[in-house]
Ligand binder design. Structure first.
Ligand SMILES: CSC[C@H]1O[C@H](OP(=O)(O)O)[C@H](O)[C@@H]1O
Ligand SMILES: Nc1ncnc2[nH]cnc12
Length: 232
């Protein structure tokens, strides 16, 4: 797959805990079957406070070119078969019903640090943007892709919902580095998305995410997050 990883800071200490591969070590879980709850619960149980996620995404606007990076601050959910809460009434799970506010799904403080690191590295990035998450594993039809484009979404993937939602329920600071790999299928003058296109662009640009993450982690560790985490 796209070689995606999550990197997390444990107990605000450095070095961070090991990267976790969202789709499993053999890329055996498709986006519907990723156990988002187990991943986030495991991080929380390990004492993690931050999640830096990367995702290979399609570009839904002219300005979100393949090769670009978007620091996503909003999502639109078009998934259909996913559990988005730990509070599901099952035995052994947290009690009650949780109507969690979702006006600000991502951690603005973590995003600000990622943004300043990108600036320092001289990288041209998009400091904010909206991701649309589809169920997959199929890509969007051209009509769907045009609709997402008309809605004004910036990028599209298959993994941010419910990952960011569960991270928020768990009180983790979650930031997403969206790596644009293709133009999805809304443009007739451009090659439509395919796995080959995604993997090729991802490989060519993965070093950017690595550079960013290497610098962001020690910066996260330097900041006092007590108050921010207390309010989560
Ligand atoms: C391999 S193309 C579709 C696949 O790529 C993205 O994965 P990730 O978010 O884990 O980087 C997208 O969400 C789809 O799961
Ligand atoms: N066009 C696209 N749609 C959904 N997920 C993607 N991941 C990378 N490109 C994508």
């Amino acid at each position: 797959g796209s070689g995606v990883f999550l990197i997390v800071l444990r107990n605000l200490s450095y070095p961070p805990s090991t990267p976790r591969l969202r789709h499993g070590r053999r890329h055996q879980f498709n986006p519907t079957n990723v156990n988002y709850r187990a991943n986030i619960w495991a991080l929380k149980s390990e004492g993690c406070t931050h999640v830096l996620a990367t995702s290979a995404c399609g570009g839904l606007q002219e300005h979100t070119h393949p090769g670009d990076i978007v620091l996503v601050d909003q999502f639109i959910d078009q998934t259909r078969h996913r559990i988005e809460t730990f509070y599901d009434g099952q035995p052994g799970h947290p009690d009650g019903v949780f109507h969690i506010p979702m006006a600000e799904p991502f951690c603005e403080h973590t995003r600000a640090i990622v943004n300043s690191v990108c600036k320092g590295l001289g990288m041209h990035i998009h400091p904010k943007g909206t991701v649309l998450t589809i169920e997959g594993p199929r890509f969007s039809s051209r009509a769907e892709s045009r609709l997402w484009h008309a809605w004004g979404c910036d990028v599209i993937n298959m993994s941010t919902v419910p990952e960011v939602v569960l991270a928020k329920e768990a009180g983790l600071c979650y930031a997403l580095i969206a790596m644009v790999t293709d133009y999805d299928s809304w443009r007739e003058d451009q090659e439509h998305v395919s796995v080959e296109k995604v993997l090729k662009t991802f490989k060519e640009n993965a070093h950017k995410a690595e550079l960013i993450i290497r610098e962001v982690i020690p910066k996260l560790a330097q900041k006092d997050w007590t108050e921010i985490l207390r309010q989560k």
